[in-house]
Ligand binder design. Sequence first.
Ligand SMILES: [Mg+2]
Length: 214
Amino acid sequence: MLRRIDAIRILMEYITDELIVCNIGFPSRELYHIKDRAENFYMLGSMGLCSSIGLGLALSLDNKVIAIDGDGSVLMNLGSLSTMGHTQPDNFILYIIDNSAYGSTGNQKTQTETTSLKDIAKACGIDAIEVSQEEELRRVIKESLDGNRTKVIVVKVEPYNEKVENIPLHTMYIKFRFMESIKPCENNIKNKNENNKDYYNKNNKNIKNKIIII
Ligand SMILES: [Mg+2]
């Protein structure tokens, strides 16, 4: 069976300039260990909100956004799946690494042995798939990155935390480095409807500040 670090390593093999928001705790530590980059936002607080932060970015920007989340975090913010299904940005992938455990706090069991996050996502109208084998995972990642629709990928893994160091970067550095990598400008802000257009026109000078809320 795959481990979380395998699921992250495999994903990162296909990443080029996509924005990544990563869940608190070991997922972020493992991602940092595998491949640190300015486009990685290590969410070092706000458990449960990784998917919401990623969704907000995807709705605001043209960049492809991937949120690397965990089963425990998604379970504590299921409303995010509903919002995702309702808004359906064409540039968002929620990559749920499901070890049926709260890995970063000692692998206490979650309910995903009986609750299917893939089925919940589908019930919200999202194109969702559950995978556990490496070959299929690679195929699904490639298809999802090439595709233009909201996608939920649930990767079933065994509970295991890789022995990796804490992220040595200051939280403010992580934030500003990530913001700089986005380089907000008029051209990469979505103007899909008139309300958004008006909003961004009125607040154009403060777009960067608006994005600080991450
Ligand atoms: Mg977990």
